[in-house]
Design a protein around this ligand. Structure first.
Ligand code: PAF
Length: 295
């Protein structure tokens, strides 16, 4: 596996594959790879002949008081894991490649995309203004640089997936998106690079989020008409344990519209629903979700 940081070496390699009729999958990441990312690489290998993993900690998707400076950067280890997992190319651009301009002494990208506000200003977007604009901008740029046939993202960031799917549709981007299931620790905690910020007491408590989510889904599945009270009670239970709950909602996919009456849901294009939750424990924001099919 080769690691490249400049667009020309990347394009030469990808074009050589595509000239030989090989398909290419991209797995965009911010590095600090864990088993969740490795499952994306596995899925990418199933979906295409060659796999490119990108590692770029994208400043544009972090708010001013978020953890951009502290975000773990572990490129040597990421490279080792990508090689072991069978990736074919690691693209690790410097900030000057992705943000070639300068403004107030900082790297800057003057041309940006705006994520669909209906999808991007609720849930994570309500608490992290501009976050999804940063995500769509960097992912669109990665798509232009790599020109993949397929790109793989995790269900863990379900809202991110919905926003990116909309971007691809709205802008007719010639790439197919694949969503892969959440990978969990044995105690149920959804894997995330940010789990390492939890201290040991918080880590012991953290699986309660996944456990509560699971029991909420079972109960909603049994009694969809009671979903509002089930979610409200579950939020209170988590608060009592020490979580600060930001949202705990039943939504319809792919629009992420909150479902008020699950007996008469806004069914969108299909009948997929999800329960989405975000809660902060100490300083760490934890996200989780489960997909539901309500009949
Ligand atoms: O999910 C992530 O790691 C990031 O949001 C992504 C998609 C790589 C864009 O920076």
């Amino acid at each position: 596996m080769q690691t490249v940081s400049d667009p020309q070496s990347l394009r030469e390699q990808v074009q050589a594959w595509q000239k030989n009729g090989l398909t290419v999958a991209l797995v965009p990441t911010m590095g600090n790879l864990h088993a969740g990312h490795l499952s994306l690489i596995d899925r990418a290998r199933e979906a295409a002949d060659r796999v490119v993993v990108s590692v770029f900690v994208n400043p544009l998707q972090f708010g001013p008081n978020e953890d951009f400076d502290d975000y773990p950067r572990t490129l040597t280890d990421d490279e080792r894991q990508c090689r072991q997992q069978g990736a074919d190319l690691l693209f690790a651009p410097g900030v000057a490649v992705m943000y070639p301009g300068y403004r107030h002494g900082q790297p800057y990208l003057a041309t940006r995309l705006q994520a669909d506000p209906r999808l991007a200003q609720t849930f994570e977007g309500a608490d992290r203004p501009g976050h999804f604009d940063g995500v769509v901008t960097v992912v669109a740029k990665l798509f232009h640089l790599v020109q993949p046939d397929v790109a793989v993202f995790g269900q863990k960031d379900l809202q991110q997936y919905a926003v990116l799917e909309k971007m691809v549709t709205d802008l007719a981007m010639p790439v197919r998106l694949i969503r892969t299931p959440i990978v969990r620790e044995t105690d149920g905690l959804a894997l995330s690079s940010r789990n390492q910020y939890l201290n040991s007491a918080e880590r012991a408590l953290a699986p309660s989020l996944a456990q509560t989510l699971q029991s909420v889904c079972v109960r909603i599945q049994d009694a969809p008409a009671k979903s509002a009270s089930i979610l409200q009670q579950a939020s209170q239970d988590l608060q009592a344990l020490g979580f600060q709950v930001h949202y705990f909602s039943l939504v319809a996919l792919p629009t992420l519209q909150a479902v008020i009456d699950p007996q008469m849901p806004c069914r969108d294009d299909g009948s997929e629903f999800a329960v989405v939750v975000a809660a902060t424990l100490g300083q760490t924001r934890l996200l989780d979700n489960r997909i539901l099919r309500l009949s």
